[in-house]
Design a protein around this ligand. Structure first.
Ligand SMILES: CC(C)(COP(=O)(O)OP(=O)(O)OC[C@H]1O[C@@H](n2cnc3c(N)ncnc32)[C@H](O)[C@@H]1OP(=O)(O)O)[C@@H](O)C(=O)NCCC(=O)NCCS
Length: 210
């Protein structure tokens, strides 16, 4: 039958975590960079099947999840929900490891744990552009076959159905492949936001990319 796109569920968590790990190093694998390989997914993919104001779609081939797009309709609501129900548990679990020499943390583990400890927030410039944000990651063997465009299309249709007019995303500026992809789809740098923040309106998407 070939790959399908369907809504993400909590049952997808192992795949969401694995795909996040395998694409977390500016689009390439972070597997060898962590002694705690769950960290990327705990921050960037799993919250989207748990918290308020979230949505998600997965690309599934023959029963295996091979890609996803995940996001929040209202990033501030999502942040509040994470403050209440997500970060405290992770802070309690991972924070003490920073002071524990036996934890054998890698440099990448430390960066992710510090992210958990400082709680990331979207800037006012990002929020002024759009309340919504998204992530997208696809396993290497499914990249460059049009699935990224299809997943973003599904995400944009979902945002429109929910009355959202635009969306932004955060990209590692070192990820030149992703920058080319977003540029091709019509995403632009968000004015006043830090490097790597790109966005698009639903109207621009419909006029330019479809
Ligand atoms: C970035 C990513 C989501 C793109 O999805 P994809 O399925 O590979 O991209 P598609 O095949 O749908 O490409 C859509 C368009 O972008 C273009 N494009 C995609 N990657 C490109 C690249 N590296 N260079 C130039 N153009 C590119 C394609 O040529 C295509 O153009 P067309 O529709 O005119 O033919 C996917 O490659 C990926 O998951 N990469 C690793 C993780 C990652 O970097 N995620 C983004 C983090 S911010």
């Amino acid at each position: 039958m070939g790959p399908i796109i369907r809504p993400a569920t909590k049952g997808d968590q192992p795949a969401l975590s694995n795909i996040c790990l395998l694409t977390a190093n500016a689009g390439t694998s972070s597997k060898d960079l962590h002694s705690h390989p769950a960290l990327p997914g705990l921050i960037y993919s799993l919250p989207y099947v748990h918290l308020e104001s979230t949505w998600g779609f997965v690309l599934e081939d023959d029963g295996e999840v091979v890609g996803y797009t995940l996001g929040a309709f209202d990033t501030r609501k999502f942040e509040e929900s994470a403050d209440a129900d997500w970060w405290p548990l992770l802070k309690a679990r991972y924070g003490p490891l920073l002071q524990n020499p036996d934890a054998a943390l890698t440099a990448a583990d430390r960066i992710y744990i510090n992210t958990i400890m400082t709680i990331p927030r979207a800037s006012d410039a990002q929020m002024a552009f759009a309340p919504a944000h998204l992530h997208i990651d696809i396993l290497p063997s499914y990249q460059r076959q049009g699935w990224g465009r299809k997943l973003i299309g599904r995400a944009m249709a979902n945002l429109k159905e929910n009355g959202i007019k635009s969306v932004w995303l955060g990209m590692d500026p070192k990820n030149k492949e992703a920058a080319a992809f977003y540029g091709r789809l019509g995403f632009k740098k968000v004015d006043g936001a830090q490097e790597g923040i790109m966005g698009i309106t639903v109207q621009q998407w419909e006029e330019y990319a479809v």
